[in-house]
Design a protein around this ligand. Structure first.
Ligand code: WQD
Length: 338
């Protein structure tokens, strides 16, 4: 298929572009580079061994989005584009609602206008809210504790309503747990701008000398060792889940299909830190700090439905994750900027 990947120059987007090409699909990318670097494009083309067309604009621009769908004849869209920092969304809710929801509405209108009805959406386990008991299953009610999470809850609802209005739609809502790691080449990886919000990129930056020490946000949770427990999934397993979902939509009767993309295993902050020390070959400095507001103790997936419907499962281990993240970070201490 010819697939438009929005946000295709971002962390998960680039890894998914590679797996799409490997699976024999053609790819077109649109990205506004608000959270990605154009420096990734030549690396992506090197790894894909082919040119990757990239359009640079925001999907909030309805006219350009419509023109893109009118001129680039695509069979499907994988929609990653969106702001995704929880803390930032609390400080700047309007920009999150305008960008994440506005861009999505613009994309959906353009897809409808140009007869493209196959869509994979980048949702998040954050929609399970703060009160669910893990392992999380797709039939749980959704809610959020921050504007970023609400944009995911609301966009899922918009897509369900759209499918009711037009049965031509075939939509996959993919709920990610904690994407981590990097392509084994070490040429692409996670390159957060500023101080990393997320755990693994922060640990990797400590290991490469960019940060003094890791702060563990709370060690008094009711978990195996008191630190937070999460379902860390290798980004290449996640990318393969997108390819499987995209291809499955061609033979699904359901208009909207919700799938958890997670390993089904929980790993604590302290366990991940130890695994990364093994990968980088040295102890890493840390201190225990107060809990981070909004954090839950434990989150991990029940991935049964994706295993059954997509014949997909995560196969890469925590050691694979840490080895690949260290290969990326040690070869690119400052990410894509030199
Ligand atoms: C994981 C654990 C922290 C940083 C978020 C979003 C989610 C998705 C993934 C976008 C927690 C602890 C972290 C640090 C720490 N994002 N931690 N020190 O919060 O599970 O999920 O990112 O889709 O939507 O909610 O991921 O990596 O921020 O935190 O101790 O410097 O690591 O307390 O227990 P999280 P995270």
């Amino acid at each position: 298929m010819r697939v438009l990947v929005t946000g295709g120059c971002g962390y998960i987007g680039t890894h998914t572009v590679l797996q799409l090409v490997t699976a024999g699909h053609d790819v077109v990318v649109v990205d506004d580079f608000s959270n990605a670097s154009p420096a990734v494009i030549p690396r992506l083309e090197e790894l894909a061994d082919r040119p990757i067309p990239v359009h640079r604009f925001t999907l909030e621009d309805r006219a350009r989005t419509d023109h893109l769908l009118a001129t680039e004849r695509v069979d499907a869209v994988i929609h990653f584009a969106g702001f995704k920092a929880v803390g930032e969304s609390v400080a700047h809710p309007i920009s999150y609602y305008r960008n994440n929801i506005g861009a999505t509405l613009s994309l959906l209108e353009a897809m409808s206008a140009h007869d493209v009805h196959r869509l994979v959406f980048s949702s998040s386990a954050t929609v399970y809210g703060a009160d669910a008991t893990p392992p999380f299953t797709e039939d749980l009610p959704t809610s959020a504790t921050n504007p970023y999470g609400w944009t995911k809850v609301m966009i899922e609802q918009i897509m369900r309503d759209l499918a009711v209005s037009d049965p031509q739609w075939r939509i996959a809502l993919l709920r990610y747990f904690n994407p981590v790691g990097a392509h084994p080449s070490g040429r692409i990886g996670e390159d957060p701008s500023g101080i990393p919000n997320n755990l693994l990129p922060f640990i990797a930056q400590v290991a490469v000398g960019r940060r003094d020490r890791l702060l563990i946000f709370g060690d008094d949770y009711d978990t195996v060792d008191g630190t937070g427990v999460r379902d860390f999934i290798h980004v290449d397993d996640l990318a393969l889940g997108h390819v499987a979902a995209l291809e499955a939509l061609g033979h699904r009767d359901e208009a909207v299909n919700t799938w958890n993309l997670g390993t089904g295993q929980g790993t604590s902050v302290r366990q991940l830190l130890r695994a990364f020390e093994k990968a980088c070959g040295r102890e890493l400095p840390y201190a225990v700090a107060p809990r981070r507001p909004g954090d839950i103790a434990t989150s991990y997936a029940d991935p049964t439905r994706a295993h059954r419907d997509l014949r997909w499962e995560a196969t890469r281990s925590i050691d694979d994750i840490c080895a690949s993240a260290w290969a990326w970070q040690s070869a690119n201490p400052h990410g894509y900027q030199a």
